[in-house]
Design a binder for this molecule. Structure first.
Ligand SMILES: C[S@@+](CC[C@H](N)C(=O)[O-])C[C@H]1O[C@@H](n2cnc3c(N)ncnc32)[C@H](O)[C@@H]1O
Length: 298
């Protein structure tokens, strides 16, 4: 929290965006720090999160506009060049993870769902029951770094012919059977569950579009803070920043003699991703794998 406020430097009269409202902890902190005239545009694709947000932000009435939207569309409703800071705190929220019926968890048995936005038609069950073994293996490998991706995918395709997958427990059980725990700390289904979540919610596609849109709605000098939870997201944010901070472009391979000069679009504020501070870790143990990157529009 403190790190985000240091990065975005909210002040009275400033305009800020929280593209991942969740329980609105960050949104409330930004509004408090920019009192009495700071403004917040906020969105979340999860209707349940927005209900919680409305309650949490009631004391700031008249100073924010919140919408149920994907952050990949920020530049469709927020004026270009109008904002001083944008926050994207990626991933799922604690209520999403903890509620069995949202289907994100292998610890609490629930429907195999994993949608952050329940209006979308694709669920984890649909994906697992209809995709080919090759496609599933690719998802587990690319989005979960799962070394046993092919074996797991083949077993799923085999098992679903007997009985389609409908619950998180069913899927976790299959993976545990194929890859017994043997004293390992992490559940063997961790990577498969992460991969399915990333695929079901098109998390990397949304992030890519969200970063581009965020840059459009920022004013020069405005800051973009992104908190990631796994290396795929962090790499995407790092490469986005590096490409936009360059004062040259190139096509294909970067050969110094063939570089074409251009004006950089942003400045990287912290070269290395920042881990959470001790206070954050104490208050929110789930933040242990979080990494914060901060950039500034030029
Ligand atoms: C880690 S939580 C955010 C917590 C929040 N910063 C707080 O202080 O409570 C992530 C939230 O982002 C939302 N989310 C994730 N990807 C999204 C996207 N592409 N568009 C809109 N909301 C998204 C999730 O639904 C979830 O509520």
């Amino acid at each position: 929290m403190a790190e985000v406020l240091t990065a975005l430097r909210p002040t009275a009269g400033g305009r800020y965006v929280d593209g991942t409202l969740g329980g609105a902890g960050h949104a409330a902190a930004i509004l408090a720090a920019s009192a009495p005239t700071g403004w917040l545009y906020g969105c979340d694709q999860d209707g349940a999160a927005l209900e919680a947000t409305g309650v949490r932000l009631a004391e700031f009435a008249g100073r924010f506009e919140i919408r149920r939207r994907n952050f990949s569309e920020l530049d469709e409703w927020i004026p270009a060049g109008s904002c001083d800071g944008v926050l994207l705190d990626l991933g799922v929220s604690s209520p999403q993870l903890d509620l069995a019926e949202r289907g994100f968890s292998f610890q609490n048995d629930g429907p195999l769902d994993m949608r952050m936005d329940v209006r979308q038609p694709m669920t984890a069950a649909k994906l697992v029951n209809t995709a080919g073994a090759e496609e599933l293996a690719k998802i587990f490998w690319e989005y979960g770094d799962e070394c046993e991706s092919r074996r797991f995918a083949r077993a799923m395709v085999h098992d679903r012919e007997q009985q389609p997958f409908t619950t998180t427990g069913q899927l976790a059980e299959l993976i545990e059977r194929l890859s017994p725990r043997r004293g390992r700390k992490a559940h063997p289904a961790t990577r498969v569950f992460q991969a399915l979540r990333v695929a079901v919610n098109d998390e990397l596609g949304a992030l890519d579009r969200g970063l581009t849109g965020a840059l459009k709605i920022l004013k020069p000098g405005g800051r973009l803070a992104v908190i990631t939870f796994h290396s795929l997201e962090d790499r995407l944010v790092k490469i986005f920043g590096r490409n936009r901070a360059r004062d040259y472009t190139f096509s294909g391979t970067d050969v110094p003699e063939l570089r074409m000069p251009c004006v950089p679009e942003l400045r990287i504020v912290n070269r290395k991703a920042m881990p959470p501070g001790p206070l954050e870790l104490q208050e929110n143990p789930r933040s242990r794998s979080a990494q914060l990157r901060v950039m500034e529009k030029v």
